[in-house]
Ligand binder design. Structure first.
Ligand code: SAH
Length: 218
């Protein structure tokens, strides 16, 4: 079965209305980005018909693109106003970076698996999303040359909050990161304000592992 882009647009509007609004996603910028970015372009052709479903999907190399609601929840928690420079750890399919890129000044995104980043970059180019910088590295050490960042989003789950990321967060700044064991995590919101750091849990989640120096061993 093939779907025209207008059918994808209809599925996308339905996703916003049925999966996000009833779960208290109400930030206008988040809803606008989720309603605009073509999520189906970030998954394999064979999976496109399921791109707007209420679930994560495999993207290859044992990784996943998060459920739409989780992407929206993390995005909303960062309270982006438009002028921010945002760091993302775990580019994966590139979908989350694409959402952020519609809402802020520039996105810096780091992925450790070459093949995934190559695919994501091609989609960014095809969609003319030019305010995304990306690189292959262990994102748990951050991106020192471009720090500080107004917001940091980690889209893989680690055993603790990597200290280099706390250091590279601006003041004021907000970081969203899943922290826990290898199977389940708490989605934590870290806020830095006038030198003080506070952390609160906003949701229980299941993410793929954050692998690196300040994450899990491979
Ligand atoms: N944000 C992605 C979600 C991808 S899943 C999306 O929208 O599709 C998480 C990704 O984090 C995987 O691609 C995995 O390879 C990557 N990852 C895990 N540990 C990492 C690390 N230390 N540095 C960079 N990327 C990492």
């Amino acid at each position: 079965m093939s779907f025209s882009s207008s059918s994808f647009a209809i599925q996308r509007q339905r996703m916003v209305k049925e999966q996000l609004v009833p779960r208290r996603i109400d930030d206008p910028a988040t809803l606008e980005a989720m309603g605009t970015v073509p999520r189906h372009r970030f998954v394999e052709d064979a999976m496109q018909s399921r791109a707007y479903g209420d679930h994560p999907l495999p993207i290859g190399s044992g990784q996943t693109i998060s459920q739409p609601y989780i992407v929206a929840l993390m995005t909303q928690a960062m309270q982006i106003k438009g002028t921010e420079r945002v760091l993302e750890i775990g580019t994966g399919s590139g979908y989350q970076a694409a959402i952020l890129s519609r809402m802020c000044e520039r996105v810096y995104t780091i992925e450790r698996i070459d093949g995934l980043l190559g695919k994501a970059r091609r989609v960014f180019d095809q969609l003319h999303y030019y305010n995304i910088s990306s690189r292959i590295d262990d994102g748990t050490t951050g991106w020192k040359d471009e720090a500080p960042f107004d917001a940091i989003l980690v889209t893989a789950g680690g055993p603790e909050i990597p200290q280099p990321l706390v250091e590279q967060l601006a003041d004021p700044g907000r970081m969203v990161i899943p922290v826990g064991d290898r199977e389940v995590q708490n989605l934590q919101l870290l806020e830095k304000n006038e030198g003080e750091v506070t952390v609160q849990t906003i949701e229980h989640v299941r993410f793929v592992n954050l692998v690196g120096r300040h994450g899990w061993d491979d």
